[in-house]
Design a binder for this molecule. Structure first.
Ligand SMILES: NC(=O)c1ccc[n+]([C@@H]2O[C@H](COP(=O)([O-])OP(=O)(O)OC[C@H]3O[C@@H](n4cnc5c(N)ncnc54)[C@H](OP(=O)(O)O)[C@@H]3O)[C@@H](O)[C@H]2O)c1
Length: 278
């Protein structure tokens, strides 16, 4: 059998770094996606010290979605299969920013980034038997007040937690709708909450969050634990029996009622598609 290949976005840090480790330990060839070489190379060096050439790095800053097409060209020049796509790159931004395409940064990277990565690699995923798409979401979806008419948050005051929560609710709704669209293809998808994890998360936040988040670090789980549900979804037989679900602690979780709103999942998909085709 040809070597199984996976992609981990945001693979140079925190949960993504441990997803890379776990996938390499399971025998995959891992393509670690980093937004830049400066932070990517030290992580790659560490991973290669442990796993040798079965890990490599490709660069892609998701705040400009045209980079994803370049990444796809680089990837398909080397690989003719993709077994697992782990969409994980994400953050919380303390102040309003915009992506190259003009989307609000949190929505743009955390949701549009996952969406375009998945759309771009979908033909390859669908042509690979038993492929999986796993999205890092969050319990922070419970803080969301998602307004589908204002996805870029132009009509309301910027709030870092609310905007982040909205983007993580988008991850769950995206996973539900994706599962529906993938029905019958053999490709499955899930998303997960990793726990409250001691990573660089929060380093770009502002105000009280910037002050108090570091104080909580002693009570947070480590990145290895944070990656464990994602690895369960990427690797286990258990996860392969269903699709489109939200998980926490390697178990299926219902999320809140907004996370189960299929009408909104369909509308979000359409609105996102319209936005990226503008
Ligand atoms: N930590 C938690 O408690 C927690 C809880 C629930 C969900 N999550 C989710 O877990 C995922 C990973 O976060 P983490 O906690 O591991 O934090 P992290 O250590 O800060 O890792 C985030 C990763 O995303 C990358 N990234 C950020 N913006 C990017 C961009 N524009 N283009 C490409 N890559 C970008 C980062 O790259 P750089 O290294 O270059 O910044 C880094 O590799 C995120 O989706 C986050 O929302 C985290």
């Amino acid at each position: 059998m040809a070597e199984r290949v996976c992609i981990v976005s945001g693979g140079n840090s925190g949960i993504g770094f441990e997803l890379c480790r776990g996938m390499a330990a399971a025998g995959f060839h891992v393509v670690m996606i980093s937004r830049g070489a400066e932070r990517g190379q030290p992580a790659l060096d560490k991973l290669q010290a442990e796993f040798g050439d079965s890990i490599e790095m490709m660069l892609c800053d998701m705040s400009d979605i045209t980079n994803i097409t370049k990444l796809h060209t680089e990837f398909t020049a080397k690989f003719d299969r993709l077994d697992v796509l782990l969409n994980n790159a994400g953050a919380m931004w303390g102040h309003r920013g915009t992506t190259t395409q003009g989307h609000e940064m949190t929505f743009g990277v955390n949701h549009v980034g996952y969406f375009v990565m998945t759309q771009t690699f979908l033909p390859l995923l669908e042509s690979t038997d038993g492929s999986r798409i796993i999205n890092t979401a969050s319990e922070a979806h419970k803080m969301a007040r998602l307004k589908l008419g204002d996805l870029n948050r132009e009509k309301s005051r910027y709030s870092q937690w609310r905007t982040y929560g909205n983007s993580k609710l988008c991850n769950i709704l995206f996973t539900r709708e994706l599962a529906r669209k993938l029905d019958g293809t053999g490709t499955i998808t899930h998303c997960f909450h990793p726990g409250v994890v001691k990573t660089r998360f929060g380093s770009g936040s502002s105000g009280i969050m910037r002050l108090f988040w570091p104080l909580g670090r002693p009570f947070m789980v480590n990145s290895k634990k944070g990656a464990s549900t994602g690895l369960h979804l990427a690797l286990s037989e258990d996860a392969a029996t269903t699709t489109g679900e939200y998980w926490s602690r390697s178990k299926r979780n219902r999320g809140n009622r907004h996370a189960r709103n299929d009408d909104n999942a369909t509308r979000l998909w359409q609105l996102t598609e319209d936005m990226i085709n503008e």
